[in-house]
Design a protein around this ligand. Structure first.
Ligand SMILES: CCCCCCCCCCCCCCCC(=O)SCCNC(=O)CCNC(=O)[C@H](O)C(C)(C)COP(=O)(O)OP(=O)(O)OC[C@H]1O[C@@H](n2cnc3c(N)ncnc32)[C@H](O)[C@@H]1OP(=O)(O)O
Length: 176
């Protein structure tokens, strides 16, 4: 992370600590409640520049026998960390995601995820995610990611036709 960072300012309209974060796309694999095969993550604003979520580890998420698949864990981190830029305003997409798998995560447990903004420089937002199984002093995974702010309408214009919600997006109804 660069040494020279921009000041972080909470967006006046973003969720306050304890409030749900507004979903950005109902069919998002991570947080969309209408995604047919998604993680259905419900996220809440945390203290400072953080977002929290809990994810039950279900059988369909299995990788090795009895434990979570690494890609599912990475997706969960991506989504929770990807929501943190909303605390300061702009939409942003992942350009870099690094995950440290520290302990096996058993099916049947509930994964507690917390992501926070570490810093911002220009369009780059540096984030960290931590996951535990109920004891915050014993993390089971950690992630670091860089998100780059975008003009969402321009960024998604080329492919929006392929969305399951293309008509709504084109009509300008939901925000991405
Ligand atoms: C689908 C989700 C919708 C989300 C909407 C928002 C909703 C909010 C809720 C979020 C919840 C979602 C969470 C899931 C989030 C995803 O999973 S997003 C899906 C995966 N990501 C992508 O598809 C992004 C693909 N990449 C791109 O389209 C282009 O790289 C970008 C992001 C538009 C940037 O391209 P660009 O505008 O040409 O800018 P560029 O100069 O290349 O990069 C900008 C800066 O970033 C730096 N940078 C670029 N890549 C890297 C890298 N890999 N490593 C380090 N630095 C990098 C550059 O060096 C540059 O730095 P500076 O020169 O400014 O110092």
């Amino acid at each position: 992370m660069p040494e020279e960072l921009d000041e972080l300012v909470r967006h006046p309209k973003t969720s306050r600590p304890g409030e749900p974060m507004r979903p950005h796309n109902m069919v998002c694999f991570g947080c969309g409640e209408q995604s047919p095969r998604g993680l259905h993550l419900e996220m809440f604003a945390g203290e400072g520049f953080s977002v929290v979520a809990e994810m039950p580890v279900e059988h369909w998420m299995e990788g090795g026998p009895g434990v979570i698949h690494g890609g599912i864990l990475s997706s969960a981190f991506d989504d929770v960390m990807g929501m943190t830029p909303r605390l300061i305003g702009p939409a942003a997409v992942t350009v870099h995601l690094q995950v440290d798998f520290m302990r096996p995560i058993p099916v049947g447990e509930t994964l507690h995820l917390r992501a926070e903004i570490l810093g911002k420089q220009g369009r780059k937002i540096y984030t960290e995610g931590v996951a535990h199984l109920g004891d915050p002093t014993t993390p089971v995974a950690r992630a670091h990611g860089i998100f780059v702010t975008i003009d969402a309408r321009k960024h998604f214009a080329e492919h929006v036709e392929r969305s399951a919600r293309a008509d709504e997006f084109k009509a300008g109804k939901p925000q991405v």
